[in-house]
Design a protein around this ligand. Structure first.
Ligand code: MG
Length: 265
């Protein structure tokens, strides 16, 4: 290698290292906190859970008796291992229950679900009665579009992460969360995203949510699946998908569910 070549190689290597360092530091700077927002703070509204029985054309996903409509997300051959109680089921964080999702896949739908944070809940912020409803499950773990379930009764957190937020995308329009030990309801209208032949997004997902009968998401257009770190974007085309419930990793007492039904649109 002559001197010129050596100098050029050294310069290229150095610029490569500088570029690598710039990229690494950009990655280091992308933190979960970057996509947390604290305003607006939704106003607290008093409202009771809506307990509509399943209409005659609904697919009942849980009628209080069994978990036959649900499977383990990590292994869809396995039944859902959550805890069945009297007319309710409860997240099982202890024996490897993991997230669960419906056997069936859905595209556009109306969904009703009721959830309850236990009266003896402990913890704070995101570590207090955290679960979640993934409106479309597009893979293992938390892959999908999360409508947050959280004890947001006198429990502050980033507002795009409180109950009925579209997690890290849309702050709810109000906070009608009932206190721990009382039931809450979500009534949801979900429109799945559509995709072009090249897998780019054609029409984004849309959702409307009533929380204890109060409008909290008004036909918002999602920016993509939920992203814990960084900005959401549509990166993967998908069609009909299961509906998923989250077993969150925090140590607080687990959330319970009842009266879940869906009407395909
Ligand atoms: Mg959650």
């Amino acid at each position: 290698m002559n001197l010129n070549k050596l100098l050029m190689t050294t310069a290229l290597t150095a610029s490569g290292l500088i570029l690598a360092n710039v990229q690494a530091s950009a990655q280091e700077k992308t933190k979960p906190e970057d996509t947390e927002v604290y305003s607006p703070v939704p106003k607290v509204v008093q409202a009771k859970a809506v307990t509509t029985p399943a209409p005659s054309d609904a697919i009942v996903l849980f009628d209080g008796k069994d978990l036959s409509q649900w499977v383990s997300v990590e292994n869809r051959d396995q039944p859902a291992k959550w805890t069945l109680g009297k007319g309710v089921f409860t997240v099982n964080k202890k024996t490897g229950g993991g997230n669960i999702e419906t056997k069936q896949s859905f595209l556009n739908y109306q969904l009703h679900i009721e959830w309850q944070v236990p009266a003896n809940v402990t913890g704070k912020g995101q570590g207090r009665g955290n679960s979640g409803l993934f409106l479309a499950s597009i893979g293992k773990g938390d892959a999908g579009y999360e409508l947050q379930i959280l004890d947001s009764y006198q429990n502050d957190t980033y507002t795009n992460g409180q109950a009925a937020s579209i997690y890290k995308q849309f702050v709810p329009l109000a906070n009608p969360t009932n206190k721990p030990g009382e039931w809450n309801s979500y009534d949801i209208v979900w429109t799945a995203p559509t995709f072009n032949a090249d897998n780019s997004v054609k029409t984004p997902a849309k959702v409307t949510v009533l929380f204890n009968g109060v409008l909290v998401q008004n036909n918002v257009e999602l920016k993509g699946p939920t992203q814990y770190i960084g900005e959401p974007a549509y990166r993967q085309a998908h069609g009909a998908s299961p509906i998923k419930l989250q077993s969150h990793g925090d140590p607080s007492e687990p959330v319970s569910f009842r009266n879940i039904w869906v009407r395909e649109l």
